[in-house]
Design a protein around this ligand. Structure first.
Ligand code: GUN
Ligand code: FE
Length: 454
């Protein structure tokens, strides 16, 4: 019997989660016990022997939260790739290819974050919006400005969002505009070290809800010296690392022309890869690249909607899932407009279906697509939760003992489009509908680390 004084609450709910990639797990009347720190201490199925003992003890101590029938508990969503300062640009300006989009729209916008008042307004709004969309863990690119990046970390902490925040490193004067480029390797490294120290030491962050991330923007925007020096910091501080990886023809070709190597090889040789690395996009990968990722246990942040605009090719999502490489989902705001990881899940499915069918109607069906390359909504849900948690190397995305209690309650709202017909929809149908149609108005409650934040 568990000591009830050590329990913060127990929650009883019809529950979805995805312990096994590709398998649906629906547990009616699942009971989850959460301790005072917000971690899961035990879970019980209704046919477990001591289920009713714990249920009664929770009732007696007024610590039971019951989720009504017709509502569903699931793990909080994980966004592995979001550019917080690009939020004002979401939903516009996707008419240009990556290089021109960065130079014409994105760098001028990001440069505005030297203004802390502007940063405060945007960062309050983007963190709140992501939480409202069920994103309990977010990995953010901020900008090159240390103070504004620390502000983003602080705002995430205040809002109670689990966040992984990176101050961007970019020092290559040949690729970065003069107005938005770090002045030297020394300055870039010094700012990075101070940033790591300050985020780890933020008041209220004693349990590390918000973590610093080393963030070289991508190969073209960094000098080789900076990449190598940042690699040393990654090793020294044992810290998360995020970057863009082989995102488009142009980005892939840049690496090949300037280094004679792929992005992955460049990052690996610089010492940047570890078991909490997020490589956004990762479209043009060789077999060797995948082997190197697996060797370091580095993961992929798949951003399906953004890929439609910038990638110039469809991701080999099916093959990557089968290869066992770690993979989760990203919104890539604002290389794509939606802050919703349900939307990213749905896009991962539809993107793979287009790849499976092919696109040129003048070819025969046999020639047109890639047979068997589809990804299921159950796999997409896994990427959005457990897969993302695995990439981050954090105990999130599942309801299992020792995992952090990061969770959502889905309650279909008349304001949205999600409709569940209890006499017609199986649990499988219900999860498919949530992934396909779920919006922020259908997310009734959100917890992060056992604390209800919405
Ligand atoms: N590559 C380098 N910077 C960026 C960015 O801000 N967004 C995307 N999608 N790709 C990038
Ligand atoms: Fe990006």
């Amino acid at each position: 019997m568990i000591n009830m004084t050590e329990i913060q609450f127990g929650i009883l709910a019809d529950t979805f989660h995805a312990p096994v990639k590709g398998e649906l797990t629906f547990i009616p009347d699942f009971l989850i016990l959460v301790d005072l720190r917000g971690d899961i201490v035990a879970t019980f199925h209704s046919d477990d022997v001591d289920y009713s003992v714990h249920l009664n003890a929770l009732c007696d101590s007024l610590k039971l939260i019951t989720v009504e029938k017709g509502q569903y508990l699931m793990p909080g969503l994980v966004d592995l790739h979001c550019h917080a300062p690009q939020w004002p640009q979401a939903g516009k300006g996707l008419d240009l290819p990556l290089y021109d989009w960065l130079q014409n729209y994105t760098f001028p916008l990001e440069n505005r974050y030297s203004d802390l008042a502007f940063a405060e307004t945007v960062y309050q709004d983007v963190t709140r919006t992501l939480l409202a969309n069920g994103t309990t863990s977010a990995m953010y690119f901020a900008s090159i400005h240390r103070e504004a990046s620390e502000l983003l970390a602080n705002i995430s902490l205040e809002q109670g969002q689990r966040a992984f925040v990176g101050r961007i490193n970019m020092d290559n004067a040949e690729q970065c505009p003069a107005f938005y480029c770090e002045s030297s390797v020394e300055q870039s490294l010094a700012d990075t070290e101070v940033f790591i120290h300050n985020v780890r030491g933020m008041k209220g962050n004693e349990h590390g809800l918000v973590k610093p991330v080393i963030t070289p923007r991508f190969v073209p925007s960094c000098t080789e010296t900076l990449l190598r020096e940042l690699g040393k910091l990654v090793q020294h501080h044992d810290v998360h690392m995020q970057t863009h990886c082989s995102e488009s023809d142009w980005a892939r070709d840049y690496a090949l022309q300037h280094y004679g190597k792929s992005d992955i090889e460049i990052y690996a040789e610089a010492g940047l890869l570890n078991n909490k690395t997020v490589l956004a996009h990762s479209i043009f990968l060789t077999d060797n690249d995948v082997a190197v990722m697996k060797e370091f246990d580095a993961g992929i942040g798949h951003c399906p909607l953004s890929n439609m605009y910038f990638a110039n090719a469809a991701m080999h999502t099916r093959e990557l899932l089968d290869s066992g490489v770690s993979i989760g989902l990203g919104s890539d705001i604002a290389g794509a407009p939606s802050p919703s990881i349900f939307r990213a899940s749905f896009d991962a499915v539809t993107h793979s279906r287009v790849r499976e069918d092919g696109v040129d109607s003048r070819l025969t069906a046999e020639e047109r697509g890639v047979v068997g390359s589809r990804v299921s909504f159950i796999e997409a849900f896994w990427m959005a939760t457990a897969g993302g948690g695995r990439v981050l190397n954090e105990k999130v995305g599942l309801f299992e003992k020792d995992f952090h209690f990061d969770a959502l309650v889905i309650k279909p709202s008349a304001m949205g489009n999600l409709r569940i017909w209890q006499d017609m929809d199986t649990p499988r149908d219900i999860l498919e509908k949530i992934v396909s149609l779920g919006q922020s108005c259908d997310i009734d409650k959100v917890w992060v680390q056992g604390k209800q934040v919405r």
